[in-house]
Design a protein around this ligand. Sequence first.
Ligand code: S3P
Length: 435
Amino acid sequence: MSAWKVAPSGPLLGELSVNGDKSVSHRALLIGALCDGPVEVEGWGDSADTRATLEAVRSLGVQVDDHGHGRLTVHGVGVDGLKPPVGAIDVKNAGTLMRLLSGICAMQPAGVFTLDGDESIRTRPMERVAKPLRAMGADVETTEGRPPITVTGGTALKGMEHVMEVSSAQVKSAILLAGLRADGPTTVIEEVATRDHTERMLRAAGATVQTLRDRVVIQPTDRLHLDRIEVPGDISSAAFLIVAATLIPESRIFLRGIGMGAGRTGLLDVLERMGGRVAVFNRRTTEAGEPVADLEVAHADLTASSIRGAEVSGLIDELPILALAACASRGKTRVREAQELKFKESNRLESVYEALRGIGGHIELEEDGWFIRGVPARLRGGTVNPRGDHRIAMLGAIAGLYSEDGVTITDPEAIDVSFPGFRSLIEAVTAERRR
Ligand code: S3P
């Protein structure tokens, strides 16, 4: 593993492209596998996480042709056609795969499915998904609340009404997917709406899924069918470039075809409040129901703005990079009620705090968030150890661009989990800094 030193940069200019959305890419494979017949996927985001999903569905007896450049053909085997593999399914680092697949395995007519993954995922909470699935009648065992998980198919599932205990699109999706083969409607009630990619894709595939205020209701179905899924650009990856262009004077970048799904665009709302300049245009909706748009981002001087409660779930994956924007804005930022960050690929409350503090950010760690004293100037720089977490590694890189001395990332390979092209993109767009 060799470290990556990111030098201070001048303006970011021009059109940049990001990988396909990770959440939608996982779902394209998982829901594609449940369709009748072939589904053509375009713009699929190739990364370590989504490769784990590709291998997982193959191990379940689904043929997937990889044509390269984000084009796949998923030969769906029908809602209940998955075959249990010999041995455990390796989800690697992918929490979305582990949780959604638990719901899918629970509604298969037979077989024992064991889901396991890497060291990091083995520390993540799984009862949040096992408990509601058990309440539906599924046979799900965790290992003291964590992976490996064993799901035994063939139990009769009851449609039920479930009130979410934590705000999680992964848990909601697992319940809805299990609901495809329940004996009646399944309802998920969420206090705060989370990303709705599963609902949109299932609807596009012919399932009856209704969203009414705080509840999502799915009716059981025998058949799903989709011809084509276009995966939008990943706003969670774009977020790093959006913040970089906002912070570095004279920057102006374009990002085309970025997913603007519900529960994903909170970063843009907060940046607008802070005085950011992100223009959104060419809004449209893909065939599989995903809203997309083009973005133009220009440098802006930011003023601090606090974040809490309902807003947190709409920018949960963007909070690390937003913390950098807060460090470089004028005024004090308090991020509250963000305790879910403790359960991500690393404990992100701690890893963001350590990363930013170590390179000169004025950030304090609190029980459920951070307190940040912004200084509208470049950070000093130094070293960031991402603790194997892709978003912390990318945070370190963007902080390096907006630093005086540069930032060394000790474990840049972590980035491959979501955005393998990130490093070459950053190396291509960065300009020499004129003083
Ligand atoms: C995701 C949901 C979120 C998010 C993760 C992807 C999804 O996790 O942080 O990166 O694709 O459903 P939670 O469901 O744990 O909030």
